[in-house]
Write a protein that binds this ligand. Sequence first.
Ligand code: FAD
Length: 465
Amino acid sequence: MREFDLVVIGGGSAGLKAARTAARLGRSVLLAEERELGGECFWAGCVPTKAMVRAAQVWHLVRRCSEFGITVDIRETSFARAMEYKEKVIRTVGGDGPEDGGLSKLGAVYLNTRASFENSHEIRVGNEVVFGRQIILAAGTIPYIPPVDGLEQVGYITNREAANLTSLPRRIVIVGGGPIGLEFAQIFRRFGSEITLIDKNTHLLRQEDIEIAELARGFLEAEGVRILTEANTERVETIEGGKRVFVRQGGELISFDCDEILVAAGRRIAPEYLNLDAAGIAYEDKRVVTDRFLCTSVPHIWAAGDVCGGYLFTHVASYEGKLAALNAFTDQPEPFDHRVVPRCTFIDPEVGSIGITEQKARELGLGVHIQSFSFADLDRAIIHGEPHGMVKLVVDDLDGQILGAHLIGPDASSVLAELAVCMKNHLPISAIADTMHAYPSFPEAVEAAALSAPNYRGQVDGATS
Ligand SMILES: Cc1cc2nc3c(=O)[nH]c(=O)nc-3n(C[C@H](O)[C@H](O)[C@H](O)COP(=O)(O)OP(=O)(O)OC[C@H]3O[C@@H](n4cnc5c(N)ncnc54)[C@H](O)[C@@H]3O)c2cc1C
């Protein structure tokens, strides 16, 4: 039986980072990936959807271009060509690198096969069983499919198929109002589909600040996305030429006819394919249980990325992959730092946040105040023709530390970066207020929110004051 210092299960953002980190430490490493190296992010998540977001944004801008002085007759739109753009982006981001992601160059072994536990040290990879002194589980998640009557028989798509459609469905019902559901809703709406989005919660984007989530809803509705919240998808049936979705909202049963049902109702782990029980790894529906060092219930088995639940983002997966690999080979493991994790939803305008919401701060009984600024008053946003959204900062009354930052506005995912640096380094909000920002720029919205402190005594004559 071949033995390795580390066996990594899954070759997405978390697994690749873990394998490369351990290999660079000089450890013998085997990584098993059953589909394609790169994982969900590369093939069916971040990269393709963000290319689709961009294509849909250009379609949207062209429709509004008369505002900027150009009159165009749109003679043809081609969803197929927009999807060709997405394909080109995937090829370019992937580059011409080696098919094993450079693992063999680092001395690691890559097997393109499914891995499953035989016991806590032995792992079946294809026809072989290998021994791992340490193991990192980085198997990601699969879409959670809610138990809706008739759904399996009638058929549905998830993000994988949605990112690979070759023709545009005329009417789509989207089940789920989280980041994935919202991104696809706007993408397909801008490409011309009729969209109905159904969510069981009171607010969309339930991880986000309520005010920001409500603004996001308003922006999508203004573009013609029909949104139902506190609505339960009850039943689905086939009708002539399409599908019918029955939704209960309040006491009322409403039906929507569509050509495609896109399920974006959350993610779950797939313990059945991994045989986690054979290794004695504790897990719940949506995550493998880990401690703050990313160690599972079995001391030499670690977990990284989406499989750990919580923040389902590529940058988190990559960070955890590295952390798990470092922790597996040290006596002084480092904990995962939950405090500063950027979260983004790539609708237009973008949603970006870090830290706790105002609602959470109040629940925790923390003494905080809110400092905010509207993009409607920001010169750069007005110049750009996108004066929408806001910056909202949750600030500790005692020491001016930023406990949470919540943005919806142009380029929010990038604007968020300075807040991340500030929070990571425990800088008070005055650090932003006292820093000169370029005029006219989107980060000035953050500066303006920082300057709006009631007791701020610094220089207040800047361009945005
Ligand atoms: C539509 C969509 C859009 C997204 N957009 C963004 C975004 O813009 N920004 C962002 O930060 N995040 C985004 N995400 C989230 C991001 O894709 C994930 O957080 C990230 O892919 C997690 O990486 P991972 O390595 O944990 O898991 P994955 O990428 O899921 O990789 C796990 C890998 O393990 C493999 N595997 C599973 N079981 C086995 C087994 N038994 N044996 C061998 N291999 C196995 C799988 O095939 C897979 O390749 C998006 C997700 C979706 C679905």
